[in-house]
Write a protein that binds this ligand. Structure first.
Ligand code: FMN
Length: 341
């Protein structure tokens, strides 16, 4: 029998002119939400949407799907795949969104949340929250150029002001956004301080489009708390979906998992990554995954360090086989020393 959380997570949600079948979605994550990881996630199911890695709006119209590391997908995932784009110029963002629509994606997501220096120094990502009129002009330009759902992912802003976040949300809705993903942290705080979930509730009350809450949802109990505290329409899961790629299915479909799932899932990723990336890139992506995956275990640091020092995928496979020879010593909540990277 489905529990009440699963029932809620399986309620359809209308976003713009389309409907999704579930309310748990994968948050966009550079280097983590790659095509191989998404294939792994799809093998478990349970999500309503997957968001791609952040793609440069300037580059998208010139990208070759077969050669690009980022603007890349499997045709089967297009009905539930949203492409995240980053940029600062409305016309460039609109052009990129058109390419995304022509490629057949479910929707396009505008990155107004990334606060790493390399992005903000180019006036992109969270830097746009300092210029709300420009951010809204981008939403408007993208809205005019496509009919697919337009998502906006943003954070509180550069000051810890819920009023500013509410103002941004209203502007994005007025400019034509179909849904918001809100991560209630101030830029440039990466993930050191807890997100202010109560701000999600304020944003939700301020707009009539769907709002996905995001930030530090690590358990079913967190999920229930965020939903009841904020009234948000859905939840975007980031790191937890990397640490446990079956988590969508566990929470939304009642999938029951045993300790063997950890080893078999990590080994499956060692096989999937080389289907899409050369050795160096595949190993680099596995190491990034390993940081969050290792946070599941009491001796996660040891596992992560071994994988980090491995020279190739075969070496990684033998580290995994040896680590999982005995059932892993699991932690209830992820090890934050690893997770907060
Ligand atoms: C390694 C990593 C890369 C990320 N890359 C992006 C990105 O490209 N675009 C984006 O909007 N957010 C990005 N994020 C932020 C996540 O989407 C999410 O907001 C954040 O991890 C908080 O959610 P969580 O606590 O569920 O992980 C990234 C986060 C991580 C850990």
């Amino acid at each position: 029998m489905r529990d009440r959380l699963a029932e809620f997570l399986n309620q359809p949600l209308t976003v713009g002119n389309r409907t999704i079948s579930g309310r748990l979605v994968l948050a966009p994550m550079t280097h983590l939400g790659n095509i191989a990881m998404r294939e792994l996630l799809a093998s478990f199911g349970g999500f309503g949407l997957l968001f791609s890695e952040m793609c440069s709006a300037r580059r998208i119209p010139h990208e070759n799907r077969e050669a690009s590391d980022l603007f890349r997908w499997r045709d089967q995932e297009l009905p539930h795949l949203v492409c995240q784009i980053v940029g600062f110029d409305p016309a460039t963002m609109a052009r990129a969104a058109r390419t995304v629509q022509e490629a057949g994606f479910f929707g396009v997501d505008l990155n107004f949340g990334c606060s790493v220096a390399a992005i903000c120094s180019r006036s992109c990502g969270a830097a746009l929250l300092k210029q709300p009129s420009l951010a809204a002009a981008i939403v408007k330009a993208v809205r005019r150029s496509v009919s697919i759902p337009v998502f906006v992912k943003f954070r509180t802003g550069w000051q810890d002001s819920p009023l500013a976040a509410v103002d941004l949300a209203r502007r994005f809705e007025a400019a034509g956004a179909d849904a918001l993903t809100f991560h209630p942290r101030v830029a440039p705080d990466r993930r050191s301080r807890p997100p202010r979930w109560e701000y999600i509730g304020l944003v939700k009350q301020a707009v009539s489009i769907p709002v996905f809450g995001n930030g530090n949802v690590f358990s079913r109990a967190d999920c229930i708390t965020m939903l009841s505290m904020t009234g948000c329409d859905g939840i975007a899961l980031g790191r937890m979906a990397v640490a446990r790629p079956w988590v969508f299915s566990e929470w939304a479909n009642g999938l029951s998992v045993g300790p063997n799932i950890y080893g078999s899932t990590a080994l499956r990723l060692t096989d999937l990554l080389p289907l899409y990336f050369d050795d160096v890139r595949a190993v680099r992506r596995f190491k990034k995954f390993a940081l969050y995956f290792a946070a599941n275990f009491r001796f996660g640091h040891t596992l992560y360090t071994r994988i980090f020092n491995a020279s190739d995928m075969e070496a990684i496979r033998s580290i995994l086989r040896s680590f999982f020879q005995t059932p892993p010593d699991l932690t209830m909540r992820p090890n934050m020393n690893l997770f907060n990277n």
